[in-house]
Design a protein around this ligand. Structure first.
Ligand code: ZN
Length: 236
């Protein structure tokens, strides 16, 4: 059994904690979250503008249909006007008047249809711009995701290596000591096992009492002790 193996075990546990912390807090994760939020926002806008475009296209078709109906009436009236079935001057005038007013209505509908068409074109341009922006975000997301995968794999390999090293270190000490160390680790963290420097326990926050120093000094070099002052495992 080697004293150093307990230190090595503690060092590897600390290293694993650092690695796990780094894995969870990869800077790409924060960037990915921002990019995903942006992507969702872009999608919302694309959907909203897309819905507006459908509405505008429906309106355009309705106005075109209305214009067509009126145009058909104009054609029928003109056929009657030039067909000779209407004879009286008053009737002819009335018919001409009706045709004129129908033509006004027709061009009104046609103007509305053109207006809707222009609106639809504007919306299509906006959608194209939004889709381009979303494509940018999509590729950023793809890059970040693959960077995260690579970083995770690297960290996982290091964790695995640390874990193998830990198992080897644990095998060189005793199960009782490992169990004691593990029960103390949550409270003392990376400084659960400390050294006795000849005058003091390296873990004690203040100077070790003289009696405790004497007690440790009397122990054989290489023994594993418990500091009665701070409770850490002390390697003499
Ligand atoms: Zn101590």
């Amino acid at each position: 059994m080697s004293q150093e193996s307990l230190f090595e075990l503690q060092r590897l546990d600390t290293e694993t904690e650092v690695l796990n912390h780094r894995r969870v807090n990869l800077e790409q994760r924060a960037a990915l979250e921002v990019a995903l939020a942006e992507q969702a926002e872009h999608q919302l806008q694309i959907d909203a503008v897309g819905a507006a475009r459908v509405e505008v296209a429906t309106r355009q078709r309705r106005h075109e249909d209305e214009a067509q109906i009126v145009a058909t009436k104009v054609e029928a009236d003109e056929a009657r006007l030039y067909g000779g079935e209407v004879q009286g001057v008053k009737d002819l005038e009335a018919l001409q008047h009706e045709i004129a007013s129908l033509r006004t209505r027709q061009s009104g509908f046609e103007d509305q249809a053109i207006e809707a068409m222009e609106e639809a074109e504007e919306l299509a341009t906006r959608i194209a711009a939004l889709e381009a922006a979303r494509a940018d975000v999509d590729s950023r997301i793809a890059v970040l995701t693959s960077e995260i995968t690579v970083a995770e794999a690297e960290i996982d390999a290091e964790v695995e290596q640390a874990s193998a090293g830990r198992a080897a270190a644990a095998a060189e000490t005793t199960p009782e000591l490992v169990a004691e160390y593990q029960s103390l680790r949550p409270g003392f963290g990376a400084a659960t096992v400390v050294r006795f420097d000849g005058n003091n326990c390296a873990g004690c926050p203040s100077i070790m009492p003289a009696m405790e120093v004497d007690r440790m000094k009397r122990e054989a070099s290489g023994s594993i002790l418990n500091c009665r002052e701070c409770g850490r495992i002390v390697l003499r």
